[in-house]
Design a protein around this ligand. Structure first.
Ligand SMILES: [Zn+2]
Length: 425
């Protein structure tokens, strides 16, 4: 969280092991304002809504939209994809101190043609031949992914994005356009082969997150299926699905507005993207109001890959100010994102006198210990204050000064306690 300061702001990031937080402003630094009045009626506290960046359709080498000839939609750009396009994602993550989710399609990474054994996954079926896309660029891109783990999160999207039967495809890979999940055996095989393709390139274990192709997805079991997609994914260790609720089937089953639990998998609303999938490049400006900043790979690239950074910088400049808002923040990674969103929606906070109380009773009803570890508060004040935690540990705090002071306070819960307090002095 220390990354939030801008050059023209005073930054006072202090790490404390536990107990009382010491605010640098109380030991006046040269040029720092000195406040005599220490009343606290100026304080406003927020549990900020986290924002996660999710980038779809990463992984293609061909940029061609093949949908007219029974090939996948791909990214629809007029050039091939190159390792620099992967580096662009890592650069975005590094500049913002986050792990953007790269939702991967992996068929064009198959260097052993194993997908011949899974004919529903590609347009060539049993005659699948990927030799034209096998080359040194694969290892180059894989190395970028492996070397930027803190700034790049590989997420399951699919193998071929659509679903092929008898040489023609229907949308989409996991669920059809009527909302029915593909046959369970096929779904299981597609996950298994996604993992095999990752192993061909040493891309790590199967991810814990998932973005359904073409956003065809049912929350809970779909008509005619006893098992939900989430239940099958959960068996393979997936813990989180991100998809727009607006077009999700059975969305009325969602329990908590911005998110729900489907067979204990947290499913989070993507909302609507500012750009269509084939806008290349894009220049973002729409105000984010939900927890996901969803985009497609071409939106953040440049027709000339050597100039990708120009587009990346537009996204960096667009997203950075969300860390400086009183009620929003950029989530550093998927796990922090899920936990913070749970707190944002369910943790109750009350400010009485100089005491801020936190009540985790509702949050603690969620499965998989969601919300049990760290959370972020933002505290907006007119003058400096100290924060003394009771029943919770203050891990760090940072300060952003403009016409008011905005503290970002990182806390770690004691999981035995449903309540905690912070005394403001
Ligand atoms: Zn997609």
């Amino acid at each position: 969280m220390e990354k939030i300061s801008r050059r023209n702001f005073v930054k006072n990031a202090i790490r404390v092991s536990s107990g009382v937080a010491v605010l640098g402003g109380f030991l006046p630094l040269p040029g720092f304002r000195v406040y005599r009045d220490n009343t606290i009626d100026d304080v406003k506290v927020y549990i900020p809504m986290p924002i996660q960046v999710v980038i779809d359709d990463v992984g293609w080498w061909s940029g061609e939209d093949g949908s007219k000839k029974q090939e996948p939609f791909r990214t629809g750009i007029n050039r091939k994809h190159v390792p620099a396009d992967y580096q662009a994602i890592a650069n975005l993550g590094r500049a913002l101190g986050i792990r953007p989710q790269a939702a991967f399609i992996l068929c064009e990474w198959d260097k052993e043609n194993i997908l011949r054994n899974l004919p529903t996954s590609t347009w060539m079926g049993e005659k699948w031949d990927n030799s034209k896309w096998v080359g040194p660029w694969m290892e180059e891109a894989a190395e970028i992914i492996r070397n930027n783990k803190n700034y790049f999160e590989l997420t399951i999207h699919g193998i071929g994005h659509e679903y092929w039967e008898g040489g023609t495809f229907t949308r989409a890979e996991w669920t059809d356009s009527k909302g029915q999940m593909r046959p369970q055996k096929q779904v299981e095989l597609h996950i298994e082969y996604f993992e095999k393709l990752m192993m061909q390139h040493n891309l790590g274990p199967l991810p814990e997150s998932f973005v359904p192709c073409a956003f065809r997805h049912s929350f809970g079991p779909s008509d005619g299926r006893e098992t939900s997609l989430a239940e099958i994914l959960a068996k393979r260790g997936i813990r989180y699905i991100n998809t727009p609720f607006g077009i999700m089937y059975n969305k009325e089953r969602v329990q908590y507005g911005l998110f729900g639990f489907d067979n204990d998998i947290m499913t989070i609303d993507r909302g609507s993207d500012e750009f269509q999938w084939l806008v290349f490049p894009a220049n973002p400006s729409a105000i984010l109001s939900g927890p996901t900043c969803g985009l497609h790979w071409p939106n953040m690239l440049h027709p000339d890959p050597d100039r990708n950074q120009e587009t990346v910088e537009k996204w960096v400049n667009y997203l950075k100010p969300y860390n400086e808002k009183k009620d929003m923040m950029l989530a550093p990674d998927s796990v922090a994102f899920q936990n913070q969103l749970a707190h944002h929606q369910l943790t109750k906070m009350q400010l009485t006198g100089n005491s801020m109380s936190l009540d985790f009773s509702e949050t603690d009803k969620l499965p998989y210990k969601t919300g049990n570890s760290e959370l972020i508060l933002k505290i907006l004040t007119d003058k400096p204050h100290q924060f003394i935690p009771e029943g919770i540990t203050l891990l760090s705090q940072s300060l952003l000064e403009s016409n008011q002071l905005l503290y970002t306070v990182k806390l770690r819960r004691d999981i035995r306690k449903k309540n905690a307090r912070i005394i403001i002095s």
